[in-house]
Write a protein of this length. Sequence first.
Length: 748
Amino acid sequence: MPSQGFNTEFLSVPVSLPRLGESLLEVAWEYGEPLHYEHFSLVMNRETKMAFYTAHNIDRQTLMSLKRARWKLDPRVDIDYQAGPEVYKNNVWDRGHMVRRAAITWGSRPEASQANKDSFFYTNANLQHAKFNQDEWLELENWLLEEEDLDDKLSVFTGPINTINDQPYRGTYIPSAFWKVIVFTKGGELQCRAFLMKQSEFWDDHDGRNTLNLESYQVSLTQITELTDLYFQQALYDTNPMFYSPNNFTTSNDIDTPEMRPIESPTDIVDNRGKYTDIVQELWDADDNRFDVTRLADGRWMNENADIRLYEQGYRRPGKRDLAKFFLFDEVNTDKLMFLPSYQAFKRLIDNYNELERDEEKYSDVELAEIEHFLDTCFARYDDEDRISLMESVYQYITDDQSEGGLGFAQAKLTEMPFTSTTFGEGQCIDLTSIETFRETVRNIWFGLYTNNFGNRQVKHASGFEHVFLGEIKREGSRYEIGGYHFWAKFFWDEQNGSGGKADLEYLGSFYDGPEGNLNTDVATLAMSWRVGEKIAWKEKGGFFVGMSPECLLALGTMLTFESFRNDTQPLSFFDGESKRRAAINGWRYDLVLYRETLKNQDRGFHLRSFYPVLKSRDNRDPLLAPHSNTDVLLYDEGDVVIASAMPNPPGVGDQNEWVSIRNETPGLIDVTGWQIRTKSGTTVLREKTKLPPGREHKIVVRAGGGGAALSNKGTVIELLDTEDTVISKVEYKSVSRRAEGQVLNFS
């Protein structure tokens, strides 16, 4: 009799297998059909030759001990899509059971015996470092079988975290981390716990489970979905008390039952910028032309008098399926739309652009005048003349001293910050001399037509305004995709337009990473299709702020452009990498994602390429800027170039984004090409040609390709050496809490 696999009716409440996202289906074995074994099932990844996930049932009352079996290939799966014995020979990598054999040897003896044998198929193995598999991961596995607070009947899901940075190895890839989701019932109610462990954290620590606190590795089910593109049944998100919190760590050494902690912010933010208060909320609050928004709750509109009635439907990832029977915008205050100058000025710009990305853009004199009129409405003060405009607030923030919470750009023509467009000419530069010259800079940032050189793809006549506010259609292989399209009013107008009873734009449904997303009235995350002539383009995941005025969107995008440029040379504590800016608005946390143009040499220019919000979680912590505990830092040697700061514990899975920033302390230009960053674990060489201007900082990702000058959480000495191996600068830090993801250590 063939094995039935994972039993969805095993608990008193049914628990279904997770659904594969679109990206996974493309590389799934047999289109994602599960392989069934005794007491467990799994879905194979043809690309990694290992499982996307496994699912098994545990009956702790009838567990029995059996002898190990031999590892073998599964004859049902093509041998080319299995990682066999050759992957695990003569190395430090264990054949890590995704489904632990000791957890499924239950039931009758024949059942237990078959489950034991089935657990030794290579389809159930994955590359786990011996120090990880036999230590911390084992402690989590033991806790499952021994913890008294858990029910005796469990349903468990397990799998790897695969990222684009995973190291290739013998025809497969070494996963960055592993996750486990535990489902059980308590008092007849469904319970769910999720854990995430990074392999890299344990390579230098073989006795970690002696002091392991499993609570440190609890995450939300939402985060598992975000990292894996696996979608669990809604009931599991509902019963998982944590909405979203990327890897939280604790320094506690207690080994307690991992009870749920209060929800924390996605990552702490260090307050190293004086009297900083988040300007994003200030701009939001000052947006007098924003539209109020309401949603449905229990069949009723939460605010009958709101300007916008947002009718979200679907609530699961639709892909290209239409899960929405009705428009997204059930009702909009069109009288207000017609009355407000900035909206009407914006509307006149829509027909100035070609929807197809490949078609050449060129402004007529009339269209240039329409751009000027739109900017006039965005820079105009509100009716109360004592209140400055949003764009003036941004200008003040950009030019205020950093000690006063600003970005510290000089009120001058910044010739070291040039940018060129076909619209406004070559040799242009950022000019912050006055609010008038700032307006010209804003015009070039948003409306200047430029060539974007991302990777091997060149897009001529690109426009930040068109991409963000209007959207554009690009061809990807045999299909068309929607690029940009992040302004709500454009979406509303396109829903209303069409011919033959069919709208130009189709709202396909909304979806969020967690159950609380549909409670937020300020943002929409959705799928859509857009018809232009005979062409239909798709966007499987997009979104925008709902109700925000065009001047506020322009102000936020401009502000982020300058913050992004400052972050290139002086890392800002509220940025995750180059493109994600953390923000809190009305009790919710977001990543504000901004991309700048890519120049021919692959450096980033100053024209804005894209800007959009990503909803992360409720903001249950106050204040936004909660400084980490002080890490002991020591400064030994200071030369002409100093080590200014470092980030040993970057946000997210893996440690390949660790960085060290160096700064030129001299009045002259210094060539640092070939210089080295050295720690006790290795060396990173600055191979790209790099010359540092006076006072300029340069951020070096020290583990971009694996190896290199790793920055240990336990502390290390960091040295900067020139091409003759002379130590130019030397610093040391003692330790960094694993909980302090995103913490910047300042040495000078």
